[in-house]
Each structure stands twice: as structure tokens, then as C-alpha cells.
Design a protein. Structure first.
Length: 98
């Protein structure tokens, strides 16, 4: 093989690796479907617990726990969005440098 073919093959392989990384980055981006599925599963789990153990709903402590669970969930969601925005900004910065 001559030098040009080797360089072309090397360039093609590096482009494939870069494209695979970009595809994986886009695939791992959070979407609205995941948030809805997590919220729905949490509500279904709470309904199932209340269906199996109806006496839990009669205790005021369970309402405090429910409020804390939803509060922590919303805080986790906000922090996750913030981290993902930072990662996207970093990706844009690195993309502009290349």
C-alpha cells in the first residue's frame, strides 16, 4: 500500500470513531420521555403501596414522607438538568475548538 492509502484509511478510521462518539453523546442526552416515565412509575408505586396497605394513608407521617419524596425528586431533576446543560456547553466549546 502506498502512503496516501494508509493516511486515507487512518483518517477514515478516526472520522468513524469521532462519529461514533458523537452518536453516543446524542443518544445519552436526557429527554422528556424519561422524566415522564420516572414520574409515572413513582405515582404507580405509591398507588400500589396504598392499595396493598390502605392503613398507610391514614397516618400523617406518610404525608410528610410523600412531600419529602416529591421535594427531593424535583431537586434531583433540577440538578440533573443543570449538569446536563453544563455538559452540553462543554461539548459546544470543545466542538468549536476542533
Amino acid at each position: 500500500m502506498d502512503k496516501d492509502k494508509v493516511e486515507a484509511h487512518s483518517l477514515f478510521n478516526s472520522m468513524q470513531k469521532k462519529q461514533a462518539l458523537l452518536d453516543e453523546f446524542e443518544k445519552l442526552r436526557p429527554n422528556w420521555k424519561g422524566s415522564i416515565i420516572r414520574f409515572a412509575s413513582m405515582v404507580i408505586a405509591m398507588a400500589f403501596i396504598l392499595f396493598i396497605y390502605p392503613e398507610v394513608a391514614q397516618q400523617p407521617v406518610s404525608y410528610v414522607f410523600l412531600i419529602l419524596i416529591f421535594g427531593m425528586s424535583s431537586e434531583l431533576h433540577a440538578e440533573s438538568k443543570r449538569i446536563n446543560k453544563r455538559i452540553d456547553a462543554l461539548h459546544k466549546l470543545l466542538k468549536d475548538d476542533v
